[in-house]
Design a protein around this ligand. Structure first.
Ligand SMILES: Cc1cc2nc3c(=O)[nH]c(=O)nc-3n(C[C@H](O)[C@H](O)[C@H](O)COP(=O)(O)OP(=O)(O)OC[C@H]3O[C@@H](n4cnc5c(N)ncnc54)[C@H](O)[C@@H]3O)c2cc1C
Length: 370
C-alpha cells in the first residue's frame, strides 16, 4: 500500500488524509498542536459556503462540485455538518463584490437574482436603501467547521490512519519526502505540506509569495426585537459598496450570530497579533449600522482573531517537488472547497494526472466566456 505523510491537520490536510485513506493508502498525519488545533485557520464554529464569488473565475465554477464533495463526506461520517440557510449578497454600487459576482452566478445557474423589493419582502433584516439587486444562493450556508474537523479525526482514527498531535515538523527533505519532528523521522511515497500559516517556514522559497493575513470575527447576540427574524435569516456574503466587505453567518440553534468586516483584514503576524482589540469590535459594529436591522442593539459576546495564508491574487497553490507536495488551498476562502480539494488531490496522487489535478484544485486555465 502506498504511504502518505500529511503535515498539518486543518481541513486541507485532514480531507486529503480522508481522500487517500478511502483509496487504501497508509496515512500518517503530523500536527504541531492538539487535534484539532484551535489556532488552525480551519477551526471555528462555522465557515461560509456560497456561490457568490466575485469575478474570480478560477474557482467559482467549482462550487457545485464542492457541495457534492461535502455530501460524500457526510455519507462517510454518518452526519451532516452543513446548515443550508442560503447566502445573500447585495449590490449597492457597480463594481462591488455582488456586482462582480453576477455574471458567473447567473452563468452557473447558482441561484436567484432579486430586485430590491424582493429582498425587502423576503429578507427584512437587510435594509434595501441604495440596493441595486441581490443574489441569493439557496444551497449556501454554514459549514460547522470544528465539528467537521473532529469527525474527520475520529473517522481517520477508525479507518487505520495514524494521527500524531503535538508533532511540529521542523525539517523536510523534499526529494525523499522525509520529515523530522520531535522524537522522530518519517517518510513515505508522498509527503503533503498542508501547514497553513506554518507553510512558509517549511518551504522558505514560498515565503515571498505567501503571507499570513489577520482576520477578526465578532460573535454576538442579536437584539430580542429581531430574534424571531434571525431564526430563518440567510447568511450574507456582501452587503454592497466597493469600499465595504461585510459578511456574516446567521444564528442557528446553539450557535451565535457571527459578523465579519473584511476591510479590517490584512497582513499580520500570527506569533504576536492574536489578541483582539476594542478598535476591532468598534469598527465592525459601526460598519453594520444601516446594513442590518437593529445593528445598534447587537450585544457583542466575543471577538476571535485568526490567520490564513494569502497567495497572489487570492489563488490556491498546489506544487510538487520530488516526493513532496506543497498545498495551500486557502487565501481566506478555502474551507468550502476542503472536501473537494482532498478528494481531487487524492485522485491526482493515486495514479491520476498530477498536473491536471493541481489545475483543477487551483482553477487554473478557466477563462471568461466571450
Ligand atoms: C477568520 C477567517 C474566516 C474565514 N472564513 C471562511 C469562510 O467563510 N469560508 C471559507 O471557505 N473559508 C474561510 N476562511 C478560510 C479557511 O478557513 C481556510 O482557507 C482553510 O481553513 C485553510 O485550511 P488549511 O488546512 O490549509 O490550513 P489550517 O486550517 O491553518 O491548518 C494548518 C494546520 O497545520 C498545522 N501546522 C502548521 N505548521 C506545522 C508544522 N510545522 N508541523 C505540523 N503541523 C503544522 C497548524 O497547527 C494547523 O493545524 C476563513 C479564514 C479565517 C481565518
Amino acid at each position: 500500500m502506498p504511504k502518505a505523510i500529511i503535515v498539518g491537520a486543518g481541513i486541507n490536510g485532514l480531507a486529503t488524509a480522508w481522500g487517500l485513506t478511502r483509496r487504501g493508502w497508509t496515512v500518517t498525519v503530523l500536527e504541531a498542536g492538539p487535534l484539532p488545533n484551535p489556532r488552525a485557520a480551519s477551526f471555528d464554529l462555522h465557515r461560509l459556503i456560497r456561490a457568490q464569488y466575485g469575478d474570480d473565475l478560477g474557482v467559482a465554477h467549482r462550487i457545485g462540485a464542492a457541495y457534492a464533495a461535502w455530501d460524500t463526506l457526510w455519507a462517510d461520517l454518518g452526519a451532516t455538518h452543513l446548515i443550508r440557510r442560503g447566502t445573500l449578497g447585495l449590490s449597492r454600487e457597480p463594481g462591488d463584490f455582488t456586482d462582480r459576482s453576477r455574471a458567473a452566478f447567473v452563468a452557473n445557474g447558482a441561484g436567484e437574482e432579486l430586485a430590491p423589493e424582493e429582498v425587502a419582502a423576503r429578507f427584512p433584516l437587510f435594509p434595501t436603501e441604495g440596493v441595486r439587486f441581490g443574489l441569493y444562493d439557496p444551497a449556501g450556508g454554514m459549514l460547522l467547521a470544528d465539528r467537521i474537523l473532529r469527525d474527520l479525526i475520529r473517522w481517520l482514527g477508525a479507518h487505520g490512519a495514524t494521527l500524531r498531535a503535538l508533532s511540529p515538523v521542523t525539517a523536510v527533505n523534499r526529494a525523499t519526502g522525509e520529515v523530522t519532528f520531535p522524537g522522530g523521522r518519517e517518510g513515505g511515497d508522498v509527503t503533503i505540506l498542508s501547514a497553513g500559516v506554518g507553510l512558509p517556514a517549511l518551504a522558505p522559497d514560498l515565503a515571498g509569495a505567501l503571507a499570513p493575513y489577520r482576520a477578526t470575527i465578532l460573535y454576538c447576540n442579536p437584539a430580542p426585537e429581531e430574534a424571531a427574524l434571525w431564526e430563518t435569516a440567510p447568511c450574507w456574503t456582501d452587503l454592497g459598496g466597493v469600499h465595504e466587505e461585510l459578511w456574516g453567518i446567521a444564528p442557528a440553534p446553539g450557535l451565535p450570530l457571527k459578523i465579519g468586516n473584511g476591510v479590517l483584514t490584512g497582513p499580520g503576524d500570527p506569533a504576536t497579533q492574536r489578541l483582539a482589540t476594542h478598535a476591532d469590535v468598534a469598527a465592525t459594529l459601526a460598519a453594520y449600522r444601516g446594513r442590518i436591522r437593529g445593528a445598534e442593539r447587537i450585544t457583542p459576546l466575543d471577538l476571535a482573531v485568526n490567520f490564513y495564508l494569502m497567495a497572489p491574487d487570492g489563488r490556491f497553490v498546489v506544487a510538487r517537488d520530488g516526493r513532496t507536495v506543497l498545498l495551500s488551498a486557502d487565501s481566506g476562502h478555502g474551507f468550502k472547497f476542503g472536501a473537494l480539494t482532498g478528494l481531487d488531490l487524492a485522485a491526482a496522487l493515486d495514479g491520476g494526472d498530477f498536473a491536471a489535478g493541481a489545475a483543477r484544485i487551483t482553477g487554473a486555465g478557466v477563462v471568461a466566456a466571450a
